[in-house]
Design a protein around this ligand. Structure first.
Ligand SMILES: *Cc1c(COP(=O)(O)O)cnc(C)c1O
Length: 223
């Protein structure tokens, strides 16, 4: 099936209040252009320089979401245009994003990334670490960051019940943070979870942003 057909299939399964991020990492600009021509406007990348280069090559009404582990020395490449950073997993990273955003005169939307999978390898905070971050004077002093929700990746497994439990856990974390820190902040409303293999379950469990790569663009080829 073509990229356009894949997108159509996936959109049909998603309620219109769920944002579909087309994860285009490693894929050539021609593939992104094909998705763009089929109406897709939100793209996700996990490497800063690759995202910057694609941003420069493609139409400027695209919303670019950064979904990978972000090194502090790469923040400057994406801050001028990024519309959402999904992967904030430390106070230090948030401080550096704030600093770069201030230099550029922007406010950058971010999600806090949580470790919800049973695998060791996935990045992310736990609830206590997030509270420590949000309670810190450093966080309270930031004026160029807008936290709009949470992100997480479920275990890469075909055990659907485990995956569902992990999504539920993320939703629970979101609810607790909302109550404790963001109850008067309407735009703290996003739960980014679900990928090609598990986005239907994620949406059932409250995801508002799904990040789908291979189901749109085909398998990735890492050289
Ligand atoms: C690559 C990636 C995705 C998309 O994965 P697919 O299985 O290809 O849909 C989603 N989220 C993150 C953080 C990724 O790195």
């Amino acid at each position: 099936m073509s990229i356009a057909q894949n997108l159509e299939q996936i959109r049909k399964q998603l309620n219109e209040n769920v944002t579909l991020v087309a994860v285009s990492k490693t894929k050539p600009v021609t593939d992104l252009q094909e998705a763009y021509n089929a109406g897709q406007r939100v793209f996700g990348e996990n490497k800063a320089i690759e995202m910057r280069d694609k941003h420069e090559a493609l139409p400027n009404d695209i919303q670019w979401h950064f979904i990978g582990h972000l090194q502090t020395n790469k923040i400057k490449y994406i801050v001028p245009f990024v519309s959402l950073i999904h992967s904030v997993d430390s106070l230090n990273l948030l401080k550096e994003i704030d600093k770069e955003a201030a230099k550029k005169g922007r406010t950058v939307n971010c999600l806090l990334q949580f470790h919800i999978a049973s695998e060791e390898t996935k990045f992310g905070l736990d609830f206590a670490e997030a509270c420590a971050l949000l309670d810190s004077d450093d966080y309270k002093a930031m004026s160029n960051i807008n936290l709009v929700g949470v992100m997480g990746m479920a275990t890469n497994t075909d055990k659907q019940q485990l995956v569902r439990t992990e999504f539920r856990n993320l939703k629970n974390i979101f609810n607790r943070l909302k109550d404790r820190y963001f109850s008067d902040k309407n735009d703290f409303c996003e739960i980014s979870t679900g990928m090609s293999g598990d986005y239907p379950i994620a949406v059932e469990e409250g995801s508002t942003i799904v990040r789908v790569g291979s189901a749109i663009f085909g398998a990735r080829n890492y050289n």
